[in-house]
Design a protein around this ligand. Sequence first.
Ligand code: APR
Length: 247
Amino acid sequence: MTRMKESARQAARLLNKARKAVALTGAGVSVESGIPDFRSREGLWSRYDPMEYGTIGAFRNDPAKVWEMLAELLFVVEAEPNAGHFALARLEEAGILKGIITQNIDLLHQKAGSRNVVEYHGSIAVFHCLDCGREYDLAHVRERRVPPDCSRCHSLLKPGVVFFDEQIPVQALAESARLLAGADVLLVAGTSCQVVPASLIPSRVHAQGGRIMEINPDPALEGLADVVLAAPFAEAMAKIAEQCLKE
Ligand code: APR
């Protein structure tokens, strides 16, 4: 049996025995859906300096410049979920996975049918005007030229994603805390675990006695994970779900 197959069986056993299994996902889970991540070689931050394009200060200072990068992000909504997203949705449907805390803003978990999704870094589905506060949905923004401005006061709109130096939305903090309370298995997939406070979640679950599994071609959790699948997300996650649902 290959190493990956054996690890998938171990992961499935952990998930099936779990009282409360939760997933934490990052940009890597959407790479096979055609959306670049941030810190891999061809990642977004290899083309845009996060200090110049990724902070709320940069956006307030020069929103038109940051919209040069944001325009690329608007296209994520045309991407389709991959086999891994659908596998997570199946595990939730089967009552094995209680929910997903995602750092992604691409709505792919929801598109795949996952229902309990905490958007820890916000989402691209809503925009608002930083000056008058008026809110707009994605459909409205996609009809307008980029950078989109507010119909009321003509200031540039900000997407509902969390920039660096911005607070995690209070609702996301509350929902993730509820999900993590009592979580005894955490599946970590497609994240470099470099951005606080999301990156603190694995050690928090570990500290409460939870077991950790990781799916990442370049594992980030070092000794924290009980099971590591050093492989791309889609195939590995589909294999784990297949094992879970077979047992
Ligand atoms: N399958 C699984 N993992 C993958 C794949 C794949 N096909 N391709 C890449 N990865 C892994 C990379 O090895 C890396 O560890 O996904 C991870 C992506 O890491 P980042 O690019 O840092 O993305 P993420 O961890 O989600 O970043 C967190 O940083 O820039 C901010 O707000 C942004 O939400 C983002 C946060």
